[in-house]
Write a protein that binds this ligand. Sequence first.
Ligand code: F6P
Length: 483
Amino acid sequence: MKSRRLFIISNRLPMTIQKEGNELTVIPSAGGLITAINNYLKNSKANANEFSETFWVGMPCCNPAAWTEAAKKLPRSKYTYLPVFTSSKTYDQYYNGFSNSTIWPLFHYFPSFTEYNTENYHCYVQANAAFAKALIKYARPGDVIWIHDYHLLPLAQMLRTALPELTIGFFLHIPFPSYEIFRLLPRKWQEELLYGMLGADLVGFHTIDYTAHFLQCVRMILGLEHDMHVIEHENRLIKVDVFPISIDFDHFNNGYDHEQVVQTRTLIQEKFSHKKIIFSVDRLDYTKGVSNRLRAYELFLQRNPQFKEKVVFILVIVPSREGISKYTERKKIFDEMIGKMNSTMGNIHWQPIIYQYNSVSFEEMVGLYTACDLALITPLRDGMNLVAKEFVASRKDKKGVLVLSEMAGAARELTSALTINPNDVDEVADKILEGLEMPEDEKMQRLEAMRNRLKQYDVQAWAVDFFNQLHQIKEKQRAFQVK
Ligand code: F6P
């Protein structure tokens, strides 16, 4: 067992190399995927029991010379980095192009934002082939390969063809859309992407709905049936199942008492004393439903004038994908909406929205999660949404209310939240009021139920569950192939 090596494969490495003037700096990468895997690997107990060595394979977004230079400054870690390089043109068409202007909008049910560009698709396949080439050099039978996310849908099959013995798991961090949406892609792409994913032994999704959509696409497009989520293909068995990603519960729960968190919380609560605090934090993305959220807040204030000067909305937006026009356009829209609302509804004593366009540290984030009265999380579509889980885990005091979009994967687990349809601004406005007026014992009961769920199935449980199922299907496959 112990001699097996683990290869984590994701588009992004856990740190990003940036050039400032002539200086190369190494900064930690952000995002749900990176945080989840880092938290899993950080737990040396689980890792030491499983694997003899761990590698993290990804694109460092710089050229090989810059990587060699920057690698000297990398912090010590439990894993070895294996960088994969492509030309910057290929990278642009693979990342900004096919990954984030085709798959991302389509899989999040934004067909009108979806671009169908053959050259981008070729670059996407080429970038995947660069990953495969790098891996084939290092991997050997017996190794476990864990591929992550929509940037790498064709990779499992590429590896399978070269090294049939590998154990390969694939996990999708975004929604898998219904057949009616998926079939909007050109037929050739549909088939290649699905066959690509079926190169894995285990294909994992956040929710039962995404799993059902995938199985239906495989049946309708490839004509492959499943028996209890197991597909037989090319003399192999492939399992398809649900693994709702989670967070390091203890890290957020214990964060409540962290000195800097306490300081941040106290500062915020003093600054906005006698006011209710609503909080949200998202990457800048059209999927996050920020415009509707702002409209709902405006409506809430119009309908409930008693809350004027008695409430603030702290809105943090983290810059993201700045090379894509749909993202930069969004920034302009938000700036204008917020400016207009603050100037028309606020006054010299009161600003209804406090807006920050920048990232926040862990301590500031937990400070904000635990200072607020209500977390307002309203994505139009979201694979999971870990912010909702982080908020719940941070509320050791069992105070605060979670208003959560039913379009987020997290709503399947966090059933004691106040759920809303993000397109229904009337409903969101009503739930803001309900949340701000909720009795303390009800807040406590709801948080308690959600915290229990997150304690039981944290990020460790998620990864362990995935590996267990991967080993099980591999065992079944061996028995099946012997027959
Ligand atoms: O939701 C999918 C995801 O890959 C997350 O893991 C992460 O939060 C986000 O997208 C990051 O996107 P990017 O790597 O483009 O900044």
